[in-house]
Design a protein around this ligand. Sequence first.
Ligand code: ASP
Length: 348
Amino acid sequence: MSHSPSKLLLIYTGGTIGMIKDYETNALKAFDFENIKERIPELQLVDCQVETISFEQPIDSSDMTPDLWRRIAEIIESRYADYDGFVVLTGTDTMSYTASALSFMLEYLRKPVIFTGSQLPIGDLRTDAKENLITAIQVASAQEDGVAKVQEVALYFEYKLYRANRTTKVSSEQFEAFESPNFPHLAESGVHLTFNDSILRRLKADEKGKELVVRMEMSSDVVILKLFPGITETTVRHVLSIPGLKGVVLETYGAGNAPTASWFLECLSDAIKAGIRIVNVTQCVSGSVLQGLYAASAGMKQIGVISGRDITTESALAKLRYLLPFDFSREEFKTHFERPLRGELSEF
Ligand code: ASP
């Protein structure tokens, strides 16, 4: 059965992928993305209609902010009915943060939102941009029985499609710049584009009739506190006393372990009593927090530190920002955080 080709919107926010070398200064600068088809003539060959929209001022993703996440979300919301899918181009440096945030902001999503970028600019002879962009477009236009294959926020990079809120950037040099250490790939691109059908996200039965809801409110009052041997009470107290602070991603060791010194638990306990939500996330690249496995984490469990389980730091930060504006009680907040909302942590 034939169906009309997909119509996709390509959203360019900035990053290496859309840069060319200025031959006078030798520095990389953004090119006019409206001319993308001249830069990548292969785009004429893809079996779908691609339209583009670009940030007026493309950015290096180091300058990404929650306001700009809202800009991306607005673009998607206002054109949601007009397109079958969206490909978002951002710099790789903070792509996992942005894509994780969008996965929470776009509730009841039923269309593909595929993030990609590249390590080398599009004009470079050895660029990875063409493959990343063309396959991301193919992923976003993939359908089965007239229904989008991917119905979530995903990230495509170097032959692999990942669940976006499971990813982290692991290399500043390799073409294989991302990994999702605690979750399998959603698809792999080889001679065929092979989807891992059983893990593609689908709305639950009771969510099926719901329309897209875009959650623009993302709390700013959050911080990441990474533990290191020798961290002092003064440092921990100062961070936890930031005026207006509401949420902390606490990066701990191994299976969620932290110093057992009484001052440490007291600092955390005082903050929790003051209404601050603290989430325990491991510094390890893979594996899960298991509070209570060691004595070095049992105390945190007792005082009400939330387990981030196998969530990434990027996703934990996004989830905190997303959940805080709901004003849940301490118990409700913990329950919502510790269960998967967008596939960002594993069911145990
Ligand atoms: N610094 C760039 C950015 O993240 C790197 C990249 O695009 O890969 O915007």
